[in-house]
Design a protein. Structure first.
Lengths: 95, 484
């Protein structure tokens, strides 16, 4: 089963990935091949099998909720592509 | 013997007896990096000034009677670990120039143990790859043959130790990214049990699978480094609270009466005959050492690759959502809206393999496909784990090849993503089950190293190290640095 160009474009938008025309074409081919291979798992009957999300036996690890210092604002903003005062600066959210 | 050829334990002996200082040892490594790394490409950043100051401090501490476990030993870190004040790129253009304001827990632990930081090593972008060719910055070459890949994704860390450009290094392993490059470069590499080592400050790829571990030239060195980095961390709630045993002590001991299972399914079609010969030879050695070596069937093994390449990309697509050009890293210039900035930042910042995985993962999680792909893969994961649970009722460890092939030529698999994914066919099931897997070199095929994978039950690091160390003592393989 091939994945359509529209599906590739839709998924790219969900992931907020701007793709070029060539990338979209290549990914359509590659994802179709890869997903074909993935379908081998349908050979296995899993109707009675629960899913596994993680493998360690830990649940709800708790610690005392004590105040402690955070990283200084200047250090955090030092990596920001753009800033204004103590804020991250971004392009307009609305047109 | 030259300084860069010393194992970690021998270097420590020499430091303790004052035959050599950490400054001398560190300068020897820095000279070697200077003369060879332009050819090898193992390092993305060489922290020479930091290394020299670490070394002077180590010598001073030793003069005052300190004997921390790695005091004065030069090591390297995969560029996936955040290092305070040192650029950390994760092999990606989107993190070019990112200077973390804090250290990963493993970096802190190495520093507290007295290690000297030589630099940050090359890797596949966001640890996605099996050849280190997906780095946004450079390819790393295999020290045994410069026309071949070192494996991946921790190819820089593996090559650095193999070539004598670091005494030890750390990597990370999500589906094989420590074990496979260790096999291809002829060094020891250990992925511990999921949760044995803290993930705090380690840039996330697939959070239910990611685990850090050491590269060294011997199993004894591996036991020492693992003991330094393992253990609970209040900053990572998935870091297991179980006490850390004395791994060096557990690496001693014989194998008489030990039950060793050999999973038939790991000897896959397409395995190179030379690899199979070397691995079968290692099984004979284990038998000679008194282990009871028998075949075992792990019937769901062949489905691990498909399950892994749905689960890991799904988790990655969520983890990599944070690279939005707002808080750190690359932002595409001149975007008119936030949405435009997101699309272009991520489109320009990520490389082809990372985009492929984000697409695959987003698709598997998207409405209409979630149950058919993601949940189905999680159910397969249950069956794969059950295969291991059943095998460990009868066996103490499982032994298998680490990689079905020796190192392949640069460029051989870059055009065929699925062929590249198949490089990890022997390591992926172990990752899905969260188990410890150790690569130990077991000979050469076509003059390239072959790796033996020793797999233990959860928190079975001690037994795995014992088997690895006993094999290493008995085998004809002697750790050696190839001529470059």
């Amino acid at each position: 089963m091939a994945i359509s160009r529209e599906e590739v474009e839709h998924v790219a938008f969900l992931a907020r990935l701007g793709l070029t025309e060539e990338e979209t074409t290549r990914l359509q081919e590659q994802l179709s091949t890869i997903l074909d291979y993935m379908r081998t798992i349908n050979e296995v009957d899993t109707s009675e099998i629960p899913p596994t999300a993680q493998v360690i036996p830990l649940r709800n690890v708790m610690r005392p909720d004590e105040p402690r210092p955070s990283l200084p604002v200047e250090q955090i903003l030092a990596n920001a592509p753009d800033r204004e005062d103590n804020h991250f600066r971004v392009p307009p959210v609305l047109d | 013997m030259e300084l860069h050829e010393l194992t970690v334990l021998r270097a420590l002996d020499a430091l303790r007896s004052r035959e050599v200082s950490s400054v001398e040892l560190t300068e020897a490594y820095l000279r070697r990096i200077e003369s060879l790394d332009h050819t090898l490409g193992a390092y993305l950043t060489v922290t020479a000034a930091r290394a020299r100051s670490d070394a002077r401090r180590a010598d001073e501490l030793r003069r005052r009677g300190d004997d921390a476990p790695l005091l004065g030993v030069p090591v390297a870190l995969k560029d996936i670990f955040c290092t305070n004040g040192i650029e950390t790129t994760c092999g990606s253009r989107i993190l070019k120039g990112f200077v973390p304001p804090y250290d990963a827990t493993v970096a802190t632990r190495l520093a507290e143990a007295g290690a000297v930081l030589l630099g940050k090593t090359n890797m596949d972008e966001f640890a996605m790859g099996s050849s280190t060719e997906n780095s946004a910055f450079q390819s790393t070459r295999n020290p045994w043959d410069l026309a071949r890949v070192p494996g991946g994704s921790s190819g820089g860390s593996a090559a650095a130790v193999a070539a004598g450009l670091a005494a030890a290094s750390l990597g990370t392993d999500t589906g094989g990214s420590i074990r496979q490059p260790a096999a291809l470069c002829g060094v020891v590499g250990f992925k511990p049990t999921y949760g044995r080592v803290s993930r705090y400050g380690m840039i996330a790829f697939a959070s239910s699978l990611d685990q850090a571990g050491p590269f060294t030239r011997t199993v004894a060195d591996c036991a020492l480094v693992l003991g330094v980095i393992a253990g609970h961390d209040p900053s990572d709630s998935t870091a297991l609270p179980d006490p850390v045993p004395d791994y060096q002590a557990s690496a001693d001991g014989e194998l008489r009466g030990l039950h060793v299972g050999v999973p038939d399914e790991y000897f896959v079609a397409g395995m190179e005959p030379g690899v199979e010969r070397a691995v079968r030879g290692a099984l004979d050695t284990l038998t000679e050492l008194g282990a009871d070596v028998r075949p075992v069937s792990m019937p769901h093994t062949s489905y691990a690759l498909a399950a892994y390449y749905l689960i890991a990309p799904a988790e990655a697509s969520a983890n990599l959502a944070r690279y939005d050009g707002v808080k750190y890293g690359y932002r595409a210039p001149n975007a008119n809206t936030t949405l435009d900035a997101y699309l272009r930042t991520r489109g320009e910042g990520f490389g082809p393999e990372v985009k492929r995985r984000i697409m695959l993962g987003t698709y598997a999680l998207s409405s209409g496909y979630y149950d058919a792909y993601y949940v189905k893969a999680q159910k397969i994961r249950t069956l794969i784990k059950a295969d291991f649970d059943r095998a460990f009722e009868s066996f103490d460890v499982l032994v298998a090849p680490t990689s079905p092939t020796v190192a392949f030529p640069l460029g051989a698999k870059t055009a065929d993503p699925l062929a590249m994914y198949l490089s990890d066919v022997c390591t992926l099931p172990v990752s899905l089950a969260g188990l410890p897997g150790l690569n130990v070199p077991c000979g050469l095929a076509d003059e390239m190293p072959v790796g033996l994978q020793i797999i233990g039950p959860a928190l079975g690091e001690e037994t795995v190290l014992r088997v690895g160390a006993a094999y290493e003592r008995a085998s004809a393989w002697q750790p050696r640095i190839p001529e470059i």
